[in-house]
Write a protein that binds this ligand. Structure first.
Ligand SMILES: NC(=O)c1ccc[n+]([C@@H]2O[C@H](COP(=O)([O-])OP(=O)(O)OC[C@H]3O[C@@H](n4cnc5c(N)ncnc54)[C@H](O)[C@@H]3O)[C@@H](O)[C@H]2O)c1
Length: 402
């Protein structure tokens, strides 16, 4: 067996994403044995003591702490996963960069573009690898859609439609978690779901240059949930109510930049956290002069594709992800056996760790986070002014550029 490179991992916050990142690291030697990378779970931090204990007892970290600085300053930690609530991302991202640690940080990296750019500056100054939790890029069917577009299989892109509709807060008594508080989260569904959609569309079609948008808050008060308890899917009956401080829905019209693979294309993007019906229907439709593509996270392993305007079989064909689509063959030996959400995080961990060991920068990076934040901020500006807003190009993104 080839000698394995051991990489010391530190984790900040042991909530939903903290667990998912931990499992992703543990899967690397199994899913990608050829990399000969062995993550070692060194230390995890959470201000909720029971979660630190969980990190040690169940997730397999060697140590836990209440103070995230101990993670960043630990001599045996090489890379850090930042899975804290949004308000801590910039502070921890900057501290990680200053400590010389490569970091894999959850979205949104900041509460708006300014905060995100402060992490970008720190990462650039320290020269550390950054990786963002934009996991939907890695779905094998999405990678295939991107490749088909780049090959010109659906012709020139004319228009797109993207919707990220979730129901995690559709219930009026759904918990008022930190996600609904401006100070703790920043924007609402814009940072939470729209940022994912913007990144996904920019990854496949290219940078967005112009935006006009609107937002609305559907449910104004909800029962208060304590930090570090439960999940944001919880429903609390009869609890004390607090105000929802950010938007439940956001929608926008967009134009793509001249250097985008989809230059000249236009589209609409919408996100909601209060949809009744769609559970996690995160999808895009991409229309071109020779065909179209449709992908939906609720059918993660399927790609609907229509190519050509002539003949008796014009219309959509459903193709299942299979070996040859993205990283599919690392998970399943043949088509038809489905992958899931956590597998996308394993692919993300692979790209992060491979970037760290120096092959090349494989995942989304802090520039992509700035770019998504700039588009989301533009929606808020446009919602206020009623005007179109130009989005400045961000150098160094991994968007689909011609
Ligand atoms: N990529 C994705 O698909 C995806 C999905 C869910 C969440 N996220 C992102 O991940 C991040 C975390 O979300 P979550 O759902 O895991 O949250 P969560 O509420 O489940 O967990 C947050 C954890 O942070 C801990 N915490 C609070 N203050 C802390 C501090 N000072 N130091 C250390 N820990 C602290 C809390 O005790 C809690 O355990 C968010 O930014 C969210 O947007 C991304």
């Amino acid at each position: 067996m080839a000698e394995q490179k051991v990489i010391g991992v530190g984790l900040v916050s042991v909530g939903w994403m903290g667990k998912v990142h931990s499992r992703a690291y543990q899967s690397i030697p199994v899913v990608y044995p050829e990399l000969a990378i062995k993550p070692r779970l060194v230390i995890a931090a959470d201000t909720e003591p029971s979660r630190g204990e969980y990190a040690k007892d169940v997730l397999g970290f060697e140590e836990s702490t209440l103070d995230y600085h101990e993670v960043l300053n630990h001599p045996e930690v090489d890379v850090v996963s930042i899975c804290a609530p949004n308000f801590l991302h910039a502070e921890i991202g900057i501290a990680a960069a200053k400590a010389g640690k490569a970091f894999w940080i959850e979205k949104p990296v900041g509460r708006g573009v300014e905060e995100t750019a402060s992490v970008q500056a720190a990462a650039a100054e320290a020269g550390v690898v950054s990786s963002i939790g934009f996991n939907y890029r890695h779905a094998p069917a999405v990678e295939k859609a991107k490749a088909l577009i780049a090959e010109g299989r659906i012709g020139r892109i004319t228009n797109i439609r993207g919707t990220f509709f979730a129901d995690y807060s559709a219930e009026p008594n759904a918990a008022l978690s930190w996600r609904f508080n401006r100070k703790l989260a920043g924007s609402g569904v814009l940072g939470d779901l729209m940022g994912h959609l913007v990144d996904l569309v920019q990854y496949v079609v290219g940078p967005i240059s112009d935006v006009t948008g609107m937002t609305s808050t559907v449910i104004k008060q909800r029962p208060i949930q304590q930090m570090g308890k439960g999940t944001h899917f919880d429903v609390i009956e009869g609890g004390e109510l607090g105000d929802v401080e950010n938007e439940d829905y956001a929608g926008m019209m967009v134009r793509f930049a001249d250097n985008a693979v989809g230059a000249g294309a236009v589209g609409t993007l919408e996100a909601s956290r209060v949809s009744v019906g769609p559970r996690a229907s995160y999808n895009f439709e991409i229309y071109g002069t020779e065909g179209s593509l449709h992908w939906d996270f609720e059918r993660l392993n399927e790609l609907d594709i229509a190519v050509g305007r002539k003949g008796d079989l014009v219309g959509y064909t459903r193709v299942m992800a299979s070996p040859g689509f993205g990283d599919f063959d690392h998970f399943q030996p043949g088509a038809g056996t489905s992958m899931g959400f956590d597998d996308l995080k394993v692919i993300e961990a692979r790209k992060f760790l491979e970037s760290f060991v120096g092959s090349k920068h494989l995942n989304s990076n802090i520039n992509d986070a700035v770019s998504a934040a700039a588009v989301c901020d533009a929606v808020e500006q446009s919602a206020e002014s009623g005007q179109w807003v130009k989005v400045a190009p961000v150098p160094g993104v991994t968007a689909a550029i011609r």
